[in-house]
Design a protein around this ligand. Structure first.
Ligand code: TYM
Length: 338
């Protein structure tokens, strides 16, 4: 195959840090993961190495990695078309991270806003949390990635990844593809349902602010119905002065494919109550099948682990070539194959 007819390479990752993904993960990133497997050579990774940068419980971590993989399959990732794997099964990730860490400036890493936010919330901040974005860069550069489908909160990490690729290529000769972020602007940041000035997040949202894909339909309906709306009653998209309603319009539009203006006109003259009631049903109906299919995948963990091992093998066959190249460039002995 020539470079011209190579399908674009896509890579992305998600942390197994909670018992369920949330609506922000889904609309901001995971939907794009599923769509991109049609046109791209896609690699998707449950990033458990990243998950130990904050306190964790080993048994829960292994279980959450499985539940994460099961959810990804339930959302429609097809292991015959996409390479789905767990990061810890591919030792090339920390191997490349070490090399990239030695190219990263201390000041450059200190400017990462996610590090500043997360470390401010920890009693004890680790070096691992500090170098988290370097490991993320390794995840991406190992696969000669063209595009990285993520939400807006990952943009700064992708800029660092690009800078590191360009710097390394400049110093040692072309080694890495320089990746582009793939961020869908409409759903780039799904907001917390109760504090719509913040992004929806497993770690900083309260129990009603974050809607989980594995919530029961009843929980989902309750969360949407109790979502904060703004003073006034008009269903209108205006993120500045009507952040709550605008977030709900974004969710409605993303789940139905209906343009926001059309939804506004459908609810013209009706109040927030009607709109939220309909959205509550829409969210519950759209997401309910995910929990059921996730459970089915989790009922056969041997098969699930087999899918992941196969994915890891495929990932290693690509990643090991990049590591061998980078090792040679920096003057290391070649890695002995395992
Ligand atoms: P993580 O696990 O926090 O989130 C997974 C994906 O979900 C997106 N996302 C959102 N999108 C829109 N609105 C929201 N409220 C929202 N919350 C989360 C994230 O942008 C992300 O795309 N550092 C990454 C994991 C990672 C990675 C990688 C990503 C590790 N290595 C390599 C891409 C490539 C993270 O913590 O994502």
């Amino acid at each position: 195959m020539t470079t011209a007819d190579r399908r674009p390479r896509v890579l992305s990752g998600i942390q197994p840090t909670s018992d369920s993904f949330h609506l922000g993960n889904y609309l901001g990133a995971l939907r794009q993961w599923v769509a991109l497997q049609e046109t791209a050579d896609a690699f998707y990774c449950v990033v458990d190495l990243h998950a130990i940068t904050v306190e964790h419980e080993p048994k829960a971590l292994r279980e959450r990695s499985r539940v994460s993989a099961a959810q990804l399959l339930a959302l429609g990732l097809d292991p015959d078309r996409s390479t789905l794997f767990v990061q810890s099964q591919v030792p090339e990730h920390p191997m490349l991270e070490w090399i990239l860490g030695c190219e990263t400036g201390f000041g450059e890493a200190s400017r990462m806003t996610q590090f500043k936010d997360k470390s401010a919330k920890q009693e004890r901040t680790t070096v691992g949390l500090f170098t988290y974005p370097v490991l993320q860069a390794a995840d991406i550069l190992l696969y000669q990635t063209d595009r990285v489908p993520v939400g807006e909160d990952q943009r700064q990490h992708l800029e660092l990844t690009r800078d590191l690729a360009i710097r390394f290529n400049g110093a040692y000769g072309r080694t890495f593809n320089v990746p582009e972020p793939f961020i869908v602007s409409e759903t780039a940041t799904i907001k917390d349902l109760t504090e719509p000035e913040k992004k929806m997040s497993k770690s900083s949202s309260g129990p009603r602010g974050c809607l989980y894909l594995l919530d029961t339909p009843n929980q989902m309906r309750k969360k949407i119905r109790s979502a904060v709306t703004d003073s006034g009653s008009e269903v209108r998209y205006d993120p500045e002065s009507k952040a709550g309603v605008s977030n709900l319009l974004t969710i409605y539009s993303a789940l139905t494919g209906t343009p926001v203006e059309k939804i506004e006109s459908e609810y013209h003259g009706k109040g927030y109550g009607d709109f939220k009631g309909d959205l509550a049903d829409l969210v519950a109906d759209s997401l309910e099948p995910i929990a059921k299919t996730t459970k089915e995948y989790l009922a056969d963990t041997a098969e699930l682990d087999r899918i992941l091992a196969k994915g890891a093998e495929k990932a290693r066959s690509v990643a090991s070539r990049t590591v061998a190249k980078a090792y040679k460039k920096v003057g290391f002995y070649p890695p002995v194959s395992m």
